[in-house]
Design a binder for this molecule. Structure first.
Ligand code: MTE
Ligand code: MO
Length: 375
């Protein structure tokens, strides 16, 4: 995938020389590649402290030649070609706060991860394609169709202590869309993002990108671990905590098309001369990418298309940042909103309640922000 050095920022964003005076929102959409220190963090349990020299990766289960690999072996380019990809990670809980305001589900997630629009970031990840590692281990045995990733952290959930482990289907690995990464934007993976090696699964919910990886196991069926079977399930709006059964939810993998307004923010007062600058991100998972972003200044009655030159570079697995000078005549309270179309002609649900689900995952409806306009 193309990457030509410095990534362009969003036109229109006024950058202060002193980064410290930028708000977290400004920093999120400053450049296509998020600074490592600004990359969102989501941990279910502790943050293991791993010695890279002693670290090993076990590849076992239904592979023909199970192996234990050291970091030096993984990084040996005579064994494995190195791969770099610009990939956006998005937590399935991004913008969950909007669903909470609609109806808070079981209340659990209110404590765990009441995310706004910031649980999404983009980096250039470097490592090896898991496909090559499986090949190095003699390929899969008959019947193997999923790869299970084991993280070295533990966490407490529903009365038990669990290891963080999930699985992805082999077809995703076969497409070279699963990376075992040790570098993030040219620097060693920070401890909090999975040092020394993490999984990066392109276009899937962040939950599948296991940090502090120590084992990859080839298995027949998807993992039976609680993170895979009981979490990250998508239910219909008729199902709530009282009548939910895990078998009624489907396992979330690809992220849908989504977008958010990052500037201005809710309740801002904007003084302007008939044009209001609006900025944000747009992203689509599953190997799709945003092709059109539309912004409305009146709650979605009239939409204006973001000029194509105001969208940042297209990468197949990353967000695009955008900005628009939106014509606004009205004074007083307005509802700004954004919706995006991807290259597969998908767009976003209109209202939060259109896709509300009690575990509060994947809020992808048109994002709305109320501002006070002084023209
Ligand atoms: N991997 C381990 N081992 N433990 C975790 O708690 N959280 C997952 C995923 N990988 C998690 C994990 C979730 S839900 C998300 S959204 C991403 O990591 C977040 O990655 P980041 O913290 O590097 O942004
Ligand atoms: Mo997540």
């Amino acid at each position: 995938f193309p990457y030509n050095g410095e990534a362009p920022g969003v036109s229109g964003l006024k950058l202060s020389k002193d980064m410290k005076t930028l708000t977290a929102q400004d920093r999120l959409i400053k450049t296509e590649l998020t600074d490592n220190k600004d990359h969102f963090v989501r941990n279910h349990g502790g943050v293991p402290d791993i010695d890279a020299d002693k670290w090993t990766l076990d590849v076992d289960g239904l592979v023909n030649e199970p192996k234990r690999l050291t970091l030096a072996q993984l990084q040996d380019e005579t064994l494995f070609p190195r791969q770099s990809n610009i990939v956006t990670l998005q937590c399935s809980g991004t913008r969950r706060i909007e669903q909470i305001h609609e109806y808070p589900g079981d209340g659990d997630e209110l404590i765990n991860a009441p995310w706004g629009e910031g649980a999404i970031s983009t980096a250039r990840w470097t490592g090896v394609s898991l496909k090559k590692v499986i090949k190095h281990c003699g390929g899969l045995r008959a019947g193997a169709d999923n790869l299970e990733f084991h993280g070295a952290d533990t966490y407490f959930k529903k009365g038990g202590v669990h290891n963080y482990l999930v699985s992805v289907p082999w077809r995703k690995v076969r497409a070279n869309e699963v990376l075992l990464a040790w570098e993030m934007n040219g620097k060693p993976l920070p401890r909090i993002h999975g040092f020394p090696v993490r999984v990066v699964v392109f276009g899937y919910i962040g939950a599948r990108s296991v940090k502090w990886l120590y084992k990859v196991r080839a298995i027949a069926r998807p993992s039976t671990a609680p993170v895979q079977m009981k979490e990250y399930l998508y239910y219909t709006g008729q199902i709530g905590k009282q009548n939910a059964q895990y078998s009624n939810g489907f396992s979330i993998q690809d992220m849908p098309v989504s977008s958010a307004i990052i500037s201005p923010t809710n309740m801002d007062q904007i003084v302007h001369d008939g044009k209001m600058t609006v900025r944000g991100w747009a992203y689509s998972g599953g190997g799709h990418w945003p092709v059109r972003v539309e912004v409305s200044g009146d709650g979605g009655a009239v939409w204006y298309e973001v000029p194509y030159q105001n969208l940042t570079t297209k990468y197949f697995h990353a967000w695009r940042l955008w900005s628009i000078d939106l014509p606004v005549d009205a004074e007083g309270w307005l509802e700004l909103c954004v919706r995006t179309w991807d290259n597969a002609m998908n767009t976003q649900p209109t209202y939060v309640r259109s896709a509300w689900n009690w575990d509060l995952h994947v809020t992808s409806s048109a994002h709305r922000v109320k501002v006070y306009s002084i023209n």
